[in-house]
Structures are given as C-alpha cells and as structure tokens.
Design a protein. Structure first.
Ligand code: MRU
Length: 364
C-alpha cells in the first residue's frame, strides 16, 4: 500500500537518493515501488509476510539482492505477526513463512540464501528461549543482511571499477543499480564508482523487454547520478558492438552455477554472444550470495516463466500491438554459458576463468 504518491519533485528525488530500496521502519517493511518509477515515487508498506511474498512476485521489489533482503524482513513480519506463545510454535510459524517467501520467485538464489541465513541464525534449539527474544533475533539478522548488502556492493564496485577505462562506452543490461539491491548497485554500482573516480563514461542502456527495467529504471538512475547515457532497444546491441562503438558489456546475475554459467535477465545471452563475437569483454557483477555451488552448471538453474500478458501488453500509438487472441512466451531469465564471460566481479575480488576452479576460492 503506497504511503506517498505523486510526480517526482526535486524533494522527492533527493529523498529517493538518500533512502534505501528496502528498509524496516515502524515494525513494517517499506519498499520503493518499482512498478511506478520513473513517473512517481511511491513507498509500498508490507505488514505481513504474505504481502512481502506478493510484492516480490508482482515486482514491487525486484533485483536479486533486493528480493533477498525483502524476504529476510518478511520473516521478521512473520515472527512479529505470529500468535505463538512458545518458542517451538514460533519457529514452526517462521518455517512456514520461509517456505512461502522462498517460493515467490524461483531464479534468484539470493532469496533462498537470505531466508536460509535467518533460519540458520535461529538454530533449532528452543530450550530456554523467549518468543520475544526470537522475534528480535530475526529482525536483527534481517537488518544485518540489509546493512551488509550496501557494504558488499561498495566493495564490488571498487573491484569492478578497475576494469573500466577513461572514455569507455559500456552496454548495460536490465537494472542493477540501487533499485536492484538495498543501496548502491552491482554492475551499475561499478559504473557509479568509476564515474565517481572521474572516468568519463557513456552507457548504452538497453531497454530490457518486456518489463523495461533498463529504459525505466537504469535510465532514471543514471540521470540522477549525472552519468552520460542513451537508451537503445535490445535488438540494437549487435549493431553497436560490431561497429566498434562499445568497449565493455556489464550486467548482474540472479544465480551463478559452480562452473560460472550465469542466469540473468532475459536477453543477457544474446548480448553476451554478440559481444564475444566482436571481442568485447563481458563482465557479470554479483555478490557471492548469488553463487550457487550446489549446481554444477546453468542447465540446473530454474527459469521463471512469467505471465504472457507482460509481452502482449506492449502498445504503439495508444493501441495494443499484438492482435487479440495472440499467444506469447515469457521466460524472465536466460543462462549465459561461462565461455562467453570474461570475468565475474564479486565483493571478494575479480574471478577469472576457469570458473569451475576459481569461483569457490572467492567464497569465504
Ligand atoms: O526480474 P528482475 O527485474 O528481478 O531481474 C533482475 C535482474 O535480472 C538483475 O540483472 C539481477 O537481479 C542482478 S542485479 C542486482
């Protein structure tokens, strides 16, 4: 439910620049409503874990680390909302909420990672524990996950900025900025930090059909940061890569398998293929919480298939483009094979191939 609505005035923009995408306030979870940007800033308030699960599914909150942090606070809401009077019953209620939250979206492993981290922190021993103590422990751990996310993003950005040279033009896919995390950003965080170091950059922002995270959110963020950019439609990247106008490709990750295959927003694979064919380096930037060593390769990563209405809803001149009765497919992610990836930037440093050997060294 929005607490503040309306067009983005200067004051609202300032507020947005200093506020987090996901935060805990007044015993509620507050989320910048990403469905409304760039037109207006609204803060959605979740008071139950069910509302958090809905907000993740309908993409009020989106981006792998952001949905992880939101789910962590979802468990805090579950703990606060439980009527259990004993530690054992409270832990059972938290476990039920954990299953619902994890099932909200399947691809980004950060969701399960954050939920499991909270459950692990509680342990399974109930002897001598008060329900209030457990509730506070869940809130504290969720807050730690959120705070650490900001610090991790800034570390990743410092590592990644070393890859960017003065004068680079970069193609960026989807939205990986402050909106996709708790604050700062993954791939866009790298670009922000490089810009802050005084490097002159230009970003080609691909639209990222069908939800347009690039055209709506990344373009909007770059505008706030004063970084030079132009929007291109997704099918233009091959042209810019082949004509030598691009020096690097950057994107995030929703899940990275043990061999370095990267699941990310649909369209990443085609972009990486075109970059590889033109000897343009391809970088994925992701916290180690996006690495899933339990999966040998990317073929095991579950790919979310969303409502075809997201594809069919496109309008031109105020009219729907697709004919009535048209059908569509809508996989939300694809897997880019490790051979197309030059390096993976994490908070612990830059991982180079062979990823099947090197990735695990970076998880501490
Ligand atoms: O469907 P979305 O918008 O949640 O997908 C997000 C992405 O694919 C991002 O690129 C990814 O989460 C990494 S950026 C933090």
């Amino acid at each position: 439910m929005p607490v503040s609505t309306g067009a983005l005035t200067r004051e609202r923009l300032f507020l947005l620049l200093i506020m987090r995408t996901v935060f805990w306030e007044d015993d509620s979870l507050k989320l910048i409503d990403q469905r409304r940007l760039p037109g207006s800033l609204e803060v959605a308030v979740c008071r139950t874990y069910g509302e958090v699960s809905d907000a993740i599914r309908n993409m009020t909150v989106r981006g792998a680390p952001a949905i992880g942090a939101a789910a962590a606070f979802g468990l805090a809401l579950a703990a606060n909302g439980s009527r259990a009077r004993s530690a054992a019953y409270l832990l059972a209620d938290i476990e039920t909420a954990a299953q619902t939250l994890k099932a909200s979206r399947p691809t980004a492993v950060n969701l399960a990672w954050a939920v499991d981290r909270i459950l692990r922190s509680l342990g399974d021993k109930v002897d001598g524990r008060s329900v209030d103590g457990i509730r506070q422990a869940v809130i504290n751990e969720a807050q730690r996950i959120a705070d650490e996310d900001v610090e991790i993003n800034k570390r990743m950005a410092e590592h990644g900025a070393a890859l960017i040279a003065d004068g680079d033009t970069i193609i960026h896919h989807c939205n990986t900025g402050a909106l996709a995390v708790v604050d700062w950003g993954t791939a866009l965080g790298v670009i922000r930090t490089a810009h802050g170091q005084g490097k002159r950059l230009h970003v080609l922002v691909d639209e990222t059909r069908p939800r347009l995270q690039g055209a709506r959110l990344t373009a909007w963020e770059l505008q706030q940061y004063g970084i030079s950019y132009e929007i291109i439609s997704d099918n233009m990247s091959g042209y810019f890569l082949r004509s030598g106008q691009v020096q690097k490709v950057f994107f995030g990750a929703d899940r990275i398998a043990a061999n370095g295959d990267v699941a990310n927003k649909i369209g990443t694979y085609m972009l990486a293929l075109a970059a590889h064919d033109n000897d343009v380096p391809v970088y994925s930037v992701a916290p180690t919480s996006s690495i899933d060593l339990s999966l040998e390769d990317g073929s095991q990563i579950p790919i979310e298939e969303r409502d075809p209405g997201e594809v069919l809803g496109l309008q031109l001149n105020g009219e729907r483009v697709a004919p009535e009765g048209a059908k569509a497919r809508n996989p939300a992610f694809d897997v880019t094979p490790n051979r197309l990836i030059t390096a993976i930037v994490t908070e612990n440093g830059i991982v180079h191939p062979p990823f099947e050997v090197n990735l695990k060294e970076f998880i501490v």
